[in-house]
Design a binder for this molecule. Structure first.
Ligand SMILES: Cc1cc2nc3c(=O)[nH]c(=O)nc-3n(C[C@H](O)[C@H](O)[C@H](O)COP(=O)(O)O)c2cc1C
Length: 213
Protein backbone atom coordinates (compact mmCIF):
# COMPACT_ATOMS: atom_id res chain seq x y z
CA UNK A 1 0.00 0.00 0.00
CA UNK A 2 1.23 3.50 -0.75
CA UNK A 3 2.22 5.13 2.54
CA UNK A 4 2.49 8.67 1.19
CA UNK A 5 0.36 11.30 2.96
CA UNK A 6 -2.94 12.38 1.50
CA UNK A 7 -1.93 14.76 -1.24
CA UNK A 8 -4.93 17.04 -1.38
CA UNK A 9 -4.34 20.25 -3.28
CA UNK A 10 -2.71 22.88 -1.07
CA UNK A 11 -4.37 26.32 -0.90
CA UNK A 12 -1.78 27.59 -3.34
CA UNK A 13 -0.96 24.64 -5.57
CA UNK A 14 2.18 26.29 -6.94
CA UNK A 15 3.67 26.96 -3.51
CA UNK A 16 7.43 26.18 -3.35
CA UNK A 17 7.47 25.15 -7.02
CA UNK A 18 9.33 28.09 -8.50
CA UNK A 19 12.58 29.48 -7.12
CA UNK A 20 11.65 32.98 -8.31
CA UNK A 21 8.56 33.00 -6.03
CA UNK A 22 10.44 32.04 -2.86
CA UNK A 23 11.05 34.83 -0.34
CA UNK A 24 14.61 35.64 0.77
CA UNK A 25 13.58 35.12 4.40
CA UNK A 26 11.54 32.14 5.68
CA UNK A 27 9.27 34.34 7.78
CA UNK A 28 6.73 35.38 5.08
CA UNK A 29 6.38 31.72 4.11
CA UNK A 30 5.98 30.68 7.73
CA UNK A 31 3.32 33.39 8.23
CA UNK A 32 1.45 32.27 5.12
CA UNK A 33 1.48 28.58 6.00
CA UNK A 34 0.63 29.24 9.63
CA UNK A 35 -2.40 31.32 8.52
CA UNK A 36 -3.45 28.61 6.06
CA UNK A 37 -3.32 25.80 8.65
CA UNK A 38 -6.90 26.60 9.70
CA UNK A 39 -8.18 25.81 6.20
CA UNK A 40 -8.25 22.14 7.16
CA UNK A 41 -10.00 20.77 10.26
CA UNK A 42 -7.83 20.20 13.34
CA UNK A 43 -8.71 19.66 17.01
CA UNK A 44 -5.84 21.88 18.16
CA UNK A 45 -4.80 24.17 15.33
CA UNK A 46 -1.91 25.59 17.40
CA UNK A 47 -0.34 22.23 18.27
CA UNK A 48 3.29 21.68 17.26
CA UNK A 49 5.86 19.08 18.28
CA UNK A 50 8.81 20.26 20.38
CA UNK A 51 11.96 18.12 20.43
CA UNK A 52 14.69 18.59 23.02
CA UNK A 53 17.89 16.74 23.89
CA UNK A 54 19.16 16.08 27.40
CA UNK A 55 22.73 16.53 28.55
CA UNK A 56 23.48 12.85 27.74
CA UNK A 57 22.32 13.32 24.13
CA UNK A 58 18.97 11.51 24.56
CA UNK A 59 16.19 13.16 22.52
CA UNK A 60 12.56 13.52 23.56
CA UNK A 61 9.51 15.06 21.89
CA UNK A 62 6.07 16.26 22.96
CA UNK A 63 3.25 18.47 21.75
CA UNK A 64 2.97 22.09 22.89
CA UNK A 65 0.76 24.95 21.75
CA UNK A 66 2.47 27.65 19.72
CA UNK A 67 1.08 30.82 21.30
CA UNK A 68 2.99 33.68 19.66
CA UNK A 69 5.39 34.18 16.82
CA UNK A 70 7.21 37.09 15.26
CA UNK A 71 10.62 37.79 13.78
CA UNK A 72 12.18 37.26 17.23
CA UNK A 73 10.96 33.69 17.43
CA UNK A 74 8.27 31.17 18.30
CA UNK A 75 6.78 31.16 21.78
CA UNK A 76 5.18 28.44 23.89
CA UNK A 77 4.43 28.24 27.61
CA UNK A 78 5.34 25.53 30.04
CA UNK A 79 6.71 24.53 33.42
CA UNK A 80 10.41 25.41 33.59
CA UNK A 81 10.99 22.45 35.93
CA UNK A 82 9.36 19.91 33.59
CA UNK A 83 11.46 17.42 31.66
CA UNK A 84 11.55 19.76 28.66
CA UNK A 85 12.33 22.73 30.91
CA UNK A 86 15.25 20.95 32.56
CA UNK A 87 16.56 19.66 29.23
CA UNK A 88 16.39 23.11 27.65
CA UNK A 89 18.15 24.70 30.61
CA UNK A 90 21.05 22.28 30.12
CA UNK A 91 20.94 22.31 26.32
CA UNK A 92 18.96 25.14 24.67
CA UNK A 93 19.10 23.55 21.21
CA UNK A 94 15.62 22.45 20.14
CA UNK A 95 13.40 21.71 17.16
CA UNK A 96 9.76 22.48 16.46
CA UNK A 97 7.68 20.56 13.97
CA UNK A 98 4.41 21.65 12.37
CA UNK A 99 2.47 18.99 10.45
CA UNK A 100 -0.78 19.49 8.58
CA UNK A 101 -2.07 16.25 7.16
CA UNK A 102 -4.88 17.80 5.12
CA UNK A 103 -2.45 20.18 3.43
CA UNK A 104 0.35 17.62 2.96
CA UNK A 105 2.71 20.06 4.63
CA UNK A 106 5.31 20.09 7.34
CA UNK A 107 7.63 22.78 8.62
CA UNK A 108 10.80 21.80 10.49
CA UNK A 109 12.29 24.55 12.62
CA UNK A 110 15.55 24.46 14.59
CA UNK A 111 17.17 26.94 16.91
CA UNK A 112 18.05 27.96 20.43
CA UNK A 113 15.52 28.43 23.21
CA UNK A 114 15.49 31.23 25.78
CA UNK A 115 13.10 32.27 28.53
CA UNK A 116 10.71 35.16 27.97
CA UNK A 117 11.20 38.17 30.24
CA UNK A 118 9.21 37.69 33.47
CA UNK A 119 6.76 40.56 32.81
CA UNK A 120 5.83 39.02 29.44
CA UNK A 121 5.09 35.67 31.07
CA UNK A 122 3.18 37.50 33.83
CA UNK A 123 0.95 39.18 31.26
CA UNK A 124 0.21 35.91 29.46
CA UNK A 125 -0.46 34.05 32.70
CA UNK A 126 -2.83 36.79 33.89
CA UNK A 127 -4.98 36.20 30.81
CA UNK A 128 -5.43 32.46 31.42
CA UNK A 129 -8.57 30.99 33.00
CA UNK A 130 -8.36 30.75 36.80
CA UNK A 131 -8.56 26.95 36.71
CA UNK A 132 -5.49 26.81 34.46
CA UNK A 133 -3.67 29.22 36.76
CA UNK A 134 -4.44 27.01 39.76
CA UNK A 135 -3.33 23.97 37.77
CA UNK A 136 0.04 25.58 37.09
CA UNK A 137 0.61 25.85 40.85
CA UNK A 138 -0.77 22.40 41.62
CA UNK A 139 1.12 20.35 39.02
CA UNK A 140 4.84 19.68 39.37
CA UNK A 141 4.88 18.83 35.68
CA UNK A 142 6.80 15.65 34.77
CA UNK A 143 7.31 14.60 38.42
CA UNK A 144 5.82 11.27 39.59
CA UNK A 145 2.68 11.53 41.77
CA UNK A 146 1.11 8.79 43.89
CA UNK A 147 -2.33 8.86 42.30
CA UNK A 148 -5.04 11.08 40.87
CA UNK A 149 -6.25 11.97 44.38
CA UNK A 150 -2.86 13.54 45.15
CA UNK A 151 -3.33 15.85 42.19
CA UNK A 152 -6.86 16.77 43.28
CA UNK A 153 -5.50 17.52 46.75
CA UNK A 154 -2.79 19.81 45.34
CA UNK A 155 -5.43 21.64 43.28
CA UNK A 156 -7.65 22.13 46.35
CA UNK A 157 -4.67 23.43 48.32
CA UNK A 158 -3.67 25.93 45.63
CA UNK A 159 -7.29 27.01 45.25
CA UNK A 160 -7.55 27.69 49.00
CA UNK A 161 -4.21 29.50 49.05
CA UNK A 162 -5.30 32.02 46.41
CA UNK A 163 -8.95 32.31 47.43
CA UNK A 164 -10.36 35.81 46.88
CA UNK A 165 -7.29 37.15 45.13
CA UNK A 166 -5.72 37.01 41.70
CA UNK A 167 -3.48 33.99 41.12
CA UNK A 168 0.12 35.15 40.55
CA UNK A 169 2.32 33.39 38.01
CA UNK A 170 4.34 30.59 39.62
CA UNK A 171 8.07 31.32 39.28
CA UNK A 172 8.52 27.88 37.67
CA UNK A 173 6.01 28.56 34.89
CA UNK A 174 6.40 30.83 31.87
CA UNK A 175 7.18 31.30 28.23
CA UNK A 176 10.02 29.97 26.13
CA UNK A 177 11.03 31.42 22.79
CA UNK A 178 12.75 29.37 20.11
CA UNK A 179 14.94 31.65 18.00
CA UNK A 180 15.08 29.84 14.66
CA UNK A 181 18.32 29.45 12.75
CA UNK A 182 16.86 26.94 10.25
CA UNK A 183 13.48 26.27 8.64
CA UNK A 184 12.50 23.57 6.18
CA UNK A 185 9.20 23.85 4.30
CA UNK A 186 7.90 20.56 2.90
CA UNK A 187 5.02 20.37 0.46
CA UNK A 188 3.84 16.91 -0.46
CA UNK A 189 3.48 16.25 -4.19
CA UNK A 190 2.41 13.34 -6.37
CA UNK A 191 4.78 10.41 -6.94
CA UNK A 192 6.93 11.49 -3.96
CA UNK A 193 8.32 14.42 -5.94
CA UNK A 194 7.83 16.67 -2.94
CA UNK A 195 9.09 20.23 -2.63
CA UNK A 196 11.59 20.86 0.19
CA UNK A 197 13.01 24.30 0.77
CA UNK A 198 15.54 24.77 3.59
CA UNK A 199 16.56 28.16 4.96
CA UNK A 200 19.61 28.55 7.19
CA UNK A 201 20.56 31.66 9.08
CA UNK A 202 23.98 33.01 8.04
CA UNK A 203 24.90 36.09 10.10
CA UNK A 204 22.06 38.57 9.42
CA UNK A 205 20.87 36.82 6.27
CA UNK A 206 19.14 33.59 5.27
CA UNK A 207 20.67 31.07 2.91
CA UNK A 208 18.12 29.09 0.86
CA UNK A 209 18.45 25.65 -0.77
CA UNK A 210 16.13 23.17 -2.42
CA UNK A 211 16.56 19.64 -1.06
CA UNK A 212 15.82 16.38 -2.86
CA UNK A 213 12.60 14.81 -1.64
C1 LIG B 1 -2.62 19.16 22.10
C2 LIG B 1 -1.64 19.29 23.23
C3 LIG B 1 -1.21 20.54 23.63
C4 LIG B 1 -0.29 20.68 24.67
N1 LIG B 1 0.16 21.92 24.99
C5 LIG B 1 1.12 22.06 25.95
C6 LIG B 1 1.69 23.33 26.22
O1 LIG B 1 1.40 24.35 25.57
N2 LIG B 1 2.62 23.40 27.20
C7 LIG B 1 3.02 22.30 27.94
O2 LIG B 1 3.85 22.44 28.81
N3 LIG B 1 2.51 21.09 27.67
C8 LIG B 1 1.58 20.93 26.69
N4 LIG B 1 1.06 19.69 26.42
C9 LIG B 1 1.54 18.53 27.21
C10 LIG B 1 2.89 18.08 26.69
O3 LIG B 1 2.74 17.37 25.48
C11 LIG B 1 3.65 17.24 27.73
O4 LIG B 1 2.87 16.16 28.16
C12 LIG B 1 4.06 18.05 28.95
O5 LIG B 1 4.45 19.35 28.61
C13 LIG B 1 5.19 17.36 29.71
O6 LIG B 1 6.28 17.18 28.84
P1 LIG B 1 7.77 16.97 29.40
O7 LIG B 1 7.66 15.93 30.50
O8 LIG B 1 8.58 16.49 28.25
O9 LIG B 1 8.26 18.30 29.92
C14 LIG B 1 0.18 19.54 25.36
C15 LIG B 1 -0.25 18.26 24.93
C16 LIG B 1 -1.12 18.14 23.87
C17 LIG B 1 -1.50 16.75 23.40
Amino acid sequence: MDQSPALSAPPDSTTLQHEADLPASPWPLFEQWWAQRVQVPAQEADAVVLATVDDAGRPSARVVLLRQHDAAGLVFFTNYESRKGVELAANPAAALLCYWDGLARQIRIEGQVERLAAPVSDAYFAGRPRASQIGAWASAQSQPIADRAALAHAVAEADARFRDRPVPRPPHWGGLRLRPDAFEFWQGRQARLHDRIRYERVAADWHRQRLSP
